[in-house]
Structure formats: structure tokens, C-alpha cells
Design a protein around this ligand. Sequence first.
Ligand code: ANZ
Length: 806
Amino acid sequence: MDTYDHDKIEKKWQKRWGESGSFRASDESSKEKIFVLDMFPYPSGEGLHVGHPKGYIATDVYSRHMRMRGKNVLHPMGWDAFGLPAENFALKNKIHPRIAVEKNIENFKSQLAHIGFDYDWSREINTTDPAYYKWTQWIFLQLYKKGLADLRNEPINWCPSCMTGLANEDLDGNACERCGTIVEKRTLPQWVLKITAYADRMLADLDSLNWPEHIKEAQRNWIGRSEGAEIEFAVSGSDERIKVFTTRPDTLFGATYTVLAPEHELVKKLAERAENKEEILSYVKAASAKTEIERTKDEKEKTGVELRGIKAINPANNEEIPVFVADYVLGGYGTGAIMAVPAHDERDFAFAKKFNLPIKEIELENSEEIVKKVGGKMVSTYKIKDWVFSRQRYWGEPIPIIHCEKDGAVPVPESQLPVMLPEVEHYEPSGTGESPLATIAEWVNTTCPTCGGPAKRETNTMPQWAGSSWYYLRFMDPKNDTTLVSKEKEKYWAPVDVYVGGDHAVRHLIYARFWHKFLYDIGSVSTIEPFARLEFLGFILAEDGRKMSKRYGNVINPDDVVKTYGADSFRVYEMFMGPFENTVAWSTSSIIGTRRFIERVWKIGMEISGNASASTGSATSVTEDLKAAEAEGDVGRGAGRGADTAGSLETLLHQTIKKVSEDIEAFKFNTAVSQMMVLLNAIEKEGSISAGQWKTFLQLLNPFAPHIASELWERMENVETIEASGWPAFDEAKLAGSTKTIAVQINGKVRGTVELAPNASQEEAVEAAYANPELGKWLPPRPLQEGEGGVKVIYVPGRILSFVAV
Ligand code: ANZ
């Protein structure tokens, strides 16, 4: 018998798939389309660790399965290669980012190739390719033309280590998400995209999406719509008015003072007339050094300064009330001013106690009536901020704007796109608030497209999230140089049917939805949402339970795993580790278990394909007469067996077809694998299987372990490839009556059930229990330690499975 040489088999099939082009998606097909997409990676210098491919394996299983079902599948891959991570890597290693990215992509591709993915490489894209970023720039121009891109001069988050401005989405609390440095506020001229204009639609359309609820909830919270009212308080003896935002207009009678945020424009004006100008201004200065998080912490002692001599008038009762500046009110939310109701609001209460302000108990009013009566209006306000879009860094798409003294900011004519990122020697950030591009005079100095006079190019670049906000569209039509995506191709392929990734609930997934809706409005796309279904990817931790990182020296490289155990064992293992959305630690002993499973498949496959040269010592003895039986149309009943046992294998086979099909569709890969393991056990126990049944088993296995499945299939002298052979269908009539639901007890309590054949072995029963996600948290850790100090397993077939700690 040929021994199982994974290296030889896997190389053979990877080569064949590459040459055949059989994974190319066709733009003109009468078949139903399926667009399956991974969040594309940025090609980091460290390469892939075993955590990265988990999602890629899942989409590969899904797309191979769909292709076998006769769908026209688009499963592409590309590179998100602009932005801080790539640039910081380049700076650290003293290598130009363009070169670093090229090298890293090459490395990633070779790592991916060894795992046997079915990508359509003819559609590969790279966000740093001018032919790609031409269209990123084009989208910016359309936003600008529709008034959704503004040049503003406001305080923004500034990372002193990365030396660039950042958007709120780039922060982790009050630190730069990239490097962990606490951000500061800096006022810089910068481009801002009006994402807030889309906030309501982004909220409303969440309901239409087949996404995990926790991601939708994270988006709702990030958008953070509050319904309330804007009410104006006149300032005594002047024309000034303090406009407050309140979600509780019904408490207006209880407002005993007002508070302005330190950033509020009225503070400086009113300070001029106040008795304590210096005190006010020094408070404002001190507040500007604090972060929003520090300022709004509940437990923080409230601080503030009264604007002495200034009074506001409560429009409900015309009472004069004091005006404060205090940093617990934020400049960037609502109107940056509040009416304080100490009797109903905890923060106001704490402040009133400290400053000895009246706390007035009141009867509540009807909100709408009172708002009307005092001339206010009902409004919505949002936590989400417009998208700060300028980065003072080299490695990004140049913003296609030209500044002219006479004509102001002028868009680069579309015919002149792309605005190429110039090659430079020095791309280090300057730290001055200007991009390194500002030092390249020959690039900066240009002529104004409107008046032809001397003008300067915008030198800021776009943030790293720009290119990834629309890349999925480009896969539909990657080579088009006249439009971003052709209407026909977009109509055929959109939307992305299944999108897989983790960790981007509020960054990429917010930005991409915003751009998509904008592109819908200008007629570039036909769907209102980009990603119909989203599957959240749970991460893989290192064997020690920590994050895999060079820093901890616990990184496992997939190249080594594939070399030792083979790509098929690796793929099956990652799908078997646990529910797809769970975070699970890597376990070398468990991958040895999947490797054994694959070896057992090989052994049976060898015997069936008639290559057995000697007794294998296994219980399986499939012989030539099986093939003969198949030839005679006797498929489905193993020769040499009683009708009963043959029947029960057939039943299990049909149950497996059903379960594997449904589980792949539902992204429950772990239970699909365990079902195949149960079937394999039964095949071994049975001692024989018909060739037809075996072929069905290989078809089911193929999405998970395509190399071995293809090889064994070919050895059965099939003319067509396993991919072309189709996906098996189950026969409803053959499913029935053969399994029993039995209770699973853990330490005396029933925690769930499993479906088992009446003659299932204890091993199969335990396997089935571990495959049930609901039981996962109650079951003892694997590998199962039976006996003293471990657990006792009691199994009564058809009745009960019980685990007791001993
Ligand atoms: C009076 C009042 C009475 C309030 C009451 C609350 C309870 P959300 O739900 O988060 O939108 N507020 C308004 N603008 C603010 C700002 N810039 N900085 C800090 N606080 C601000 O919160 C809205 C409430 O937070 C508003 O309603 C306002 O206080 C405060 F019993 O007005 B309220």
C-alpha cells in the first residue's frame, strides 16, 4: 500500500489547481452566483501565524462546497497594503514601504499556497497599486463634489508617536490603536468626511442584515443616536443665547444652572464680561490638556468655574440661573452646552453638591409640549463623529486636491487620476503637522486646474481605511480602467453573500457601509448594503492561552504545521477546534488527532481503490467485489454483509450528508467534521463499505481536506474531478428512525442531548457530546482523562451518557 505522503499529494494537487484555472469565477454564467469574501489582510512583515488562516479555511470550505453544488463562486484575495502598519514596519526595518510591501506579499502568497486555497488569483488586487487607488481617489472626488468632504480646522486626535492626526475609530479608549500612545488634541487643517449625514440610514439598514447581533449592537452604540431637544437659554442683558441639548426636556423646570464645555465658543466671549476672566481662561487651558475619557469618568471629582456676573434665563420660568464652564461637558457632543438638573442627573447632582447649587425637586412636564412652549425643537444627535480623513504620513493615497490662492481647494480633474504617490528617499513623518510629501517641491508645485496659475498639491494622504472601504467591489471587475466597477458585473455579483472576519465591528465595517451607501446614491452600485451576511471569526490563541505574538515567543507558523502534519490535517483541525465564532487555544496534541483521522481515511481509501498489497491489520476489508457490486448497480449495500448492518451504514451516510451540508451552510464546521468522524468510525467497525458510499464520503470530505479527497477520488479511476462530480444529496426516506436522542449528564445534571445511532460506541457518544456547542462549557477539558483525578464516563447505548468527576 502507498503510505500517506501528504507533501507529495498536496504539492501535486496545488499545482494542478493552479494550472487548471478551475477556480476562476465567470462573469457570464447562467449559474447562481455566490460571492464569498475574507476581510483581506495587510501583508505584515511577520507573515501568517496559524490564527490568520482560520477564516480563509472557512471561506474555502464554503466556496468549494458551493462550487460542488453547481454555483458560480467568486472567492478572491487581495492586499490592504497602505497605512500606518505597513509604514511603521518599513521605518523600523529601514526599508522603503513599497519594497517592504512587495516582499511581504510574496511571503504571504507562498504561505497561503501551501494550505491549498481555491482563490481566483486572476482577480488579485492591491490597494497600493495606482490602477487601484485611482478609484479610491475618484470616490473622494465624488464625495467632495456632493459636499461630503470638507476642509476643516478643528482640534483632532494627534498621536505624538505616529505623528499624525487620527479619527475616533483609530483610538482604543484614549490611546492610538496602533502604538498605544495616549493621543493629544491638535488643531490642524484637515479633510473630514461627513459620515454623520448617513448615520440614520446606517442605523435603520442594520435591521436588514444577516449579521451577528453583537456586531450590530456595537454599530448602534458607535453611531449612538440620542433623541432629545435643543433649547435656548438667553444670557441676561445681552443677545447671546446658550443652546443646550437635552434628552430630558421634561425636567426643564428643575434646571438650576447651565454649563458650557471648555471648548464652547461662547466661553471666551462671555469671559470678557465676567468678573473672573483670568480664572475662567486658565481653567479652559487646563482642560485642554485632559482627554475626554479622563474628563467624563463617573468617579472623577467634578471641577468647574462659574462665569461670575453672567446669568442665563431658564425659559420655562424666567428665573436667572448661574453659568459655569466645566469639563464634564464635552465640546464635541450635542451643542457642547447643557442645562443642569441636579435632582434628576447624577453628574449634575455631584457638581451641585460641590458648588452648593440649588437642587430643585419638580413635577415633570410633557416633553413635547414644553419644548414647543419654550421655542425649542426636537432633534437627534449622534456619538459618531465625522471621519477625520487626513494623515500626515507618506504611505497612503494622495488626496486629489490642488490648493490655489485664487480658487481655493480645487479638485484634480478626473482625467488626471491617479495622482501618483511620488517616490521619495525620506518618508519619515515630520512631526510638524505636515506630511513628508510637503518637502518634495517638484511634486507639490503645480498649476491650478481652474485658472492655470501656480498652485500647490494637497500633501496629506488618506487613512489606512480608505482602500478597504470599497475593495470588495473591485473584485467584481478588477481590471476595468474606465469605471470603478461595470454596471453589469456589479449587478451580477453584488452583494457579497458571505463576509468573514473579526475585530472590525466599528472601523472597517462602519466606513465600508458609509461609502457603499454613498456609491448607491450616485448610482455606482445597485444594493443598499455591501455585505448581506457576516460571519464573525473567533481568534486562535497560542498554546499558553495568550495572544500569539513574537513578543511572547509563542507564535506557531502554519508553514511548520503544514510541513509536519499536512495541509489537510491543518485545515480539518482548524475547523474542528470549536464553534467558529469562539476564541480557542491552539493544541498540538489535538492536531495529531486530526492527522490520525486523515491517515485512517487514507488507509480505507487505499484498500477501496484496490491498491492494498498486504493486510493492513485494520478491521476494514474492502475488496474488488465491492467494485464489482457497484458496477452491477449494487451501490449502497456492501457485499458480504447482512442487509441490516449495511442498512445502518447507509442511514448514517445519509444523516451525514444532511448534517455536513447544513452545517457548512451555517458555518458550524466543527460539528460537520465530528459527524464525518462518526461516519468513519462506523465504516471501520462495519469492516466494509461500497465504492459508491465511499465516493460520497470523499465528496463530503473534499471541502475540508481537498488534497486527500481529490487523490483518493482519482485513484478510484474516475474520469471527472471530484469538484465536477457534484455534491451528494440525501434521501429523506433513509434518514428516519435510526438515531435516538439521548441525555447527557454532567456531574449529575442533564446539560443537553446528543443524536446517536442505537449501536453507537462510547467513543462516538463522547465525540458527539464534544461536538455539541451547548455542552462545551460543562464538559471536562480535552484530552479526556478517564479514571482517578479525572472523570468517569458512563454510557448506556440508547439511554444516557454521563460524565462524573472522580
Ligand atoms: C438635562 C438632563 C436631565 C439630562 C436628566 C439627563 C438627565 P445621551 O443620552 O448620552 O445623549 N449632555 C448633553 N450634551 C452633553 C455634552 N456635550 N457633554 C456632556 N453631557 C451632555 O445624554 C444626553 C444628556 O447628557 C443630556 O440630557 C444632557 O443632560 C447631557 F435628568 O439634560 B441632560
